[in-house]
Each structure stands twice: as C-alpha cells, then as structure tokens.
Write a protein that binds this ligand. Structure first.
Ligand SMILES: Cc1cc2nc3c(=O)[nH]c(=O)nc-3n(C[C@H](O)[C@H](O)[C@H](O)COP(=O)(O)OP(=O)(O)OC[C@H]3O[C@@H](n4cnc5c(N)ncnc54)[C@H](O)[C@@H]3O)c2cc1C
Length: 242
C-alpha cells in the first residue's frame, strides 16, 4: 500500500471488553487512511527493547481522528505492557497494511473465532454506515457468552441493519455463568449450510487463531466452495489455541 505511515500516537481511550479482551483508541494523523479491515503494527517498549505486533483495526475508517485496535491480553510481556496502557500514553504505530479487504459488491459470510472478530467489526460498521448493498452473515464462535467481545455493539448493528445476520455459537456451554439458548460447539458444516442460504457468488471471510482458520477452511473446501471465494486472516501468535 502506498499510504503507509509511521507515527507517534496517543492512547485516547481504553475499554475492558471482556475479562481477557481490551480495546484501545489510538490517535492518528489527519492524513492517515485505511480500508476495512487492514491492520497496523504497534511498537511498544518491552523490557527496554522495542517489540512490534500486528493488530487488525476494529473500527470503521469513517471514524475520524482515531483507530481502535483490540487485543486479547495474554501472559506475554508484550501483552502485559499493552494491557497496562492508559489514556495519554504514547506508542508508535506503522500502517496500514494488508489485503484482507471487504469486497463492497459481493454478499459476505464472515466466520470469526474469538478475537478474530476485530476485522469483521470494522467491515460491518463500515458496510452499515455506507449502506452497502450487500448481505452479511456473521458466524461468531466464543468459549462462553461472557467471552463475546463487542456483544452490545454487534447486537445494535444487527438491529439496525436488515442485511446483517449474526449467529453466535458457544464452545464451552458447561462453563456458562448465564443461560444460553443459542448454538453450541465449533463452527461446522451443518451450521454453515443452515445459516447461509446459497453459496453462489458470496465471499467467505475467515479470521481467528491459525488452528481455527485451518479447521474452517478445511470445512469450506470439503463443501466445495471455490478457493477464489475464500479470504483468510490468520492471527499468528495464537497457535495451537481454540
Ligand atoms: C494480520 C494480523 C492481525 C492481528 N490482529 C490481532 C488483533 O486484532 N487482536 C489480537 O489480539 N491479536 C491480533 N493478532 C495477533 C497479534 O499480533 C499477537 O501475535 C497476539 O496478540 C499474541 O501476542 P502475545 O504477545 O499476547 O503472545 P505471544 O508472546 O506472541 O505468545 C504466543 C502464545 O503463547 C502464549 N504465551 C506467551 N507468553 C506466555 C507465558 N509466559 N506463559 C504461557 N503462555 C504464554 C500466549 O498466550 C499466546 O498464545 C494479529 C496478527 C496478525 C498477523
């Protein structure tokens, strides 16, 4: 991409989305622009050294003056530093990067595992604001209902956009604190066939930890969805996880 920038950015807001997930609003220069759902590289000082990691932008490009990124805060040192960022802190950002882009003309089936929702939140916000003439089905898998990031925002987008359908599935229903009467288990062929009326001309976007992406792509290939209709974003760094 030609408009890659490298800039100092201020933390404008931090929000605890779930027990494991935090979202961050970072300031961006006026001439920073990106397409849904590109990512940025965030440089932090970890143990006195610079460390860089990639994050999908989880807010729509129409939000001016800031971008939102969302991180699952794990046990790594980088995670600890990111998790302790607060309003007013300064970080370094490079971007945007990436070709995991929304096709603005074709109906979409978005399949997300956990933190893999970030690019889809960006795409869905953008499609809703622009009133794009595309139907979107989001299949979203999380461990428990309490682990669903952006639940309220997604519910509101679902209410206000009649072209959007969101289906949640919960993989560890026995750990639920609250009642769950929705789907359970990993995203599987049966779920996709039930929730997606026809596959013709649709773009299938898959995002999440590499193991989840590989599992879903294998299902789509078994269902004979042509490769050209499948777009993937692997969140490397979460290898071997659900
Ligand atoms: C294009 C792209 C977009 C991405 N977008 C996002 C995004 O929007 N949100 C997001 O959260 N991530 C995203 N990622 C992944 C992100 O860049 C990091 O790799 C990821 O967040 C893991 O970083 P980490 O520092 O927490 O773990 P790492 O240090 O990379 O550790 C890898 C794994 O080991 C585990 N681990 C690390 N340290 C310990 C320890 N001491 N004890 C036990 N286990 C440990 C971690 O939990 C993790 O599962 C993206 C990646 C790519 C390539």
């Amino acid at each position: 991409m030609l408009n890659i920038k490298d800039f100092e950015s201020k933390v404008l807001r931090v929000n605890q989305e779930t027990t494991e997930i935090k979202s961050f609003q970072f300031s961006v220069p006026d001439d920073f622009s990106f397409k849904p759902a590109q990512h940025v590289v965030l440089e932090l000082h970890v143990d006195g050294k610079k460390q860089m990691k990639s994050f999908s932008i989880s807010s729509s490009p129409s939000r001016k003056g800031y971008i939102e990124t969302t991180k699952r805060i794990g046990p790594s040192e980088y995670s600890k530093v990111m998790g302790s960022l607060k309003e007013g802190d300064v970080v370094r950002i490079k971007g945007p990067y990436g070709l995991f882009l929304l096709n603005e003309e074709k109906d979409a089936v978005m399949i997300a595992g956990g933190i893999g929702i970030t690019p889809f939140k960006d795409m869905i916000e953008y499609a809703s604001e622009k009133v794009l003439p595309i139907k979107i089905t989001l299949l979203f898998s999380n461990k428990t209902p309490e682990d669903i990031p952006f639940k309220e925002e997604l519910d509101e987008l679902d209410r206000n956009n009649s072209d959007l359908k969101i289906i949640h599935t919960i993989t560890r229903p026995h750990q639920n604190k609250e009642e769950w009467d929705g789907l359970t288990g990993h995203i599987n062929e049966e779920m996709i066939r039930k929730e997606v009326e026809s596959f013709e001309g649709k773009v299938f976007y898959v995002c999440g930890p590499p193991s989840m992406v590989n599992e879903v792509v294998a299902i789509l290939e078994k269902m004979q969805i042509p490769k050209e209709q499948i777009k993937i974003e692997r969140f490397t760094g979460y290898d071997g996880e659900e």
